[in-house]
Design a protein around this ligand. Structure first.
Ligand code: CO
Length: 473
């Protein structure tokens, strides 16, 4: 038996996952598929409340670096905030240490367009400096997205990435709605290419892309836009690995996966599975699965350090297919309804989410639009009337301060919410004056360098005590 496996898998292979039969799919031409490993960013953000500390990261980083991934996503998203707020870590120091541990692999980060790693728009001078520092401290690929897919909101970050020699990957936030179809997304991708995007990512944050839709969409972008396409799915609904397969058959170049102990659920499909599935096919990743099998126990052990934050394994949640409500939004609803002693109204709130989304022109539900839609849906149900009470964010949204939504907003609702207040149609950041010099004055000599200054600009309340402690003031 052992001999049989050895023959099947090649020398030095563990008799674990049997290699895929060398079937020859009659679809896209042979191409080597790359894998971006998300273990050190999205995976623990999705499953361990973004709590993985540097010590644990460094205990596997150099092993992961030797696997031969297309890239490793190790920074950005919520990790920047989490480092300072919960772990008393300097996020810049984290990046430099990971860079040092990973000399062979491209390092990748997630950036929220003009929101950078915060929750509001920043002025263009801040965007420029932030991107410059990301690249200087070790990032190769910056994945840039906007919650509304308003291309104007990613423009500054794309320009800066190219200016400082980085790879500007722009992500389209994937969602399902009456206006979101293949033509709509391909059209966005064309605009992004014209703007200078080096590659396109389809960012499916709630696992909503159906495998055959993924096929059509990837094919559309490959044929009509012609850039490298990367697919980023969460496993939430159970479709992600199937969608990867169809996307790959359509020509998808890179897919995002995580090491198996931090894969599946609301995280990505597993590295090991994808490598095994593609082995011996025209899409072989070229990755030696033995290397992954040797690392997996270490990642499994790391996960045990975060039991109190671990959402454990939620398995597959097909209800998300209908509600489109991402996991984070659902847990917010539960805790807020519990606080308001109104848990019995969860169904009403869930039914209100798609209505609010329609009123707002079908924004994809991703940070920060998911929070904006979610809190308003909650208010509409609990305050005894739709838009009787309105959050400041919703007001700003209807005034155009987040950018242009995918479809027109409901004019009647807009009138009801903003009345005669002015609304804008230009790029929101055009209203923001340069801020770096003012920020320098505000923080004074507590910021010893640009990295410190950017900590302060992004999260002033958290950064001040953090820097005071760092410099023992
Ligand atoms: Co993600």
């Amino acid at each position: 038996m052992a001999g049989f496996f050895k023959k099947l898998l090649g020398e030095n292979s563990a008799p674990a996952p049997a290699a895929a039969p060398a079937a020859k799919p009659q679809t896209a031409a042979k191409h080597k598929v790359g894998i971006t490993d998300t273990t050190l960013r999205d995976a623990h953000q999705s499953l361990l409340a973004t709590r993985m500390a540097l010590e644990d990261i460094l205990s596997v980083a150099s092993d992961l670096d030797k696997v031969g991934f297309h890239s490793m996503e190790v920074w950005g998203g919520a990790t920047f905030d989490s480092c300072m707020r919960f772990l008393n870590e300097d996020p810049w120091e984290r990046l430099r240490k990971i860079r040092k541990a990973c000399p062979n692999t491209k390092l990748q980060m997630l950036l929220r367009g003009q929101n950078l790693l915060g929750y509001r728009h920043y002025s263009d001078d801040v965007v420029d400096l932030f991107v410059k520092k990301c690249i200087e401290n070790g990032i190769d690929i910056i994945r840039i997205f906007d919650a509304l897919n308003d291309v104007r909101n990613v423009e500054s970050a794309v320009k800066a990435t190219k200016k400082y020699g980085g790879h500007a990957q722009v992500a389209v936030s994937y969602t399902n709605s009456p206006v979101h179809n293949t033509a709509h997304f391909v059209d966005i991708a064309k605009k992004l290419k014209a703007m200078g995007a080096d590659s396109i990512c389809i960012k499916d944050m709630s696992g909503l892309i159906y495998p055959y839709v993924a096929y059509e969409l990837v094919k559309g972008i490959k044929e009509q836009v012609g850039l490298t396409v990367q697919l980023h799915c969460h496993y939430t609904t159970g479709m992600a690995a199937m969608s990867y397969m169809k996307a790959i058959e359509a020509g998808c170049d890179v897919v995002d996966c995580a090491m198996s102990p931090l894969a599946m659920g609301t995280s990505q499909p597993a590295d090991e599975v994808m490598v095994a599935v593609l082995k011996g096919t025209p899409y072989d990743t070229g990755i030696n699965i033995d290397k992954l099998l040797a690392i997996a126990p270490k990642v499994k052990e790391i996960r045990t350090h975060y039991k109190e934050y671990d959402i454990s394994n939620p398995g597959v949640d097909p209800t998300v297919l209908a509600s489109q409500i991402p996991g984070g939004m659902m847990s917010n609803f539960l805790s807020q309804l519990k606080a308001a002693n109104a848990l019995d109204r969860l169904d009403e709130v869930m039914a209100e989410v798609p209505r609010v989304r329609k009123d707002m022109g079908y924004p994809p539900l991703v940070t920060p639009s998911s929070q904006i839609v979610g809190s308003q849906a909650l208010m509409n149900v609990l305050s005894g009337g739709r838009y009787k009470m309105v959050t400041n964010e919703v007001k700003a949204y209807f005034q155009g301060h987040y950018g242009q939504p995918p479809a027109p907003m409901d004019e009647k609702i807009k009138k009801q919410i903003i009345g005669d207040l002015p609304s804008i149609t230009h790029r929101p950041a055009d209203d923001l004056p340069p801020y770096l010099e003012d920020a320098k004055k505000e923080i004074g000599d507590l910021a010893k360098n640009d990295e410190d200054l950017l900590l302060y600009i992004m999260f002033p309340q958290v950064a001040k005590p953090f820097l005071e402690q760092k410099y023992n003031k």
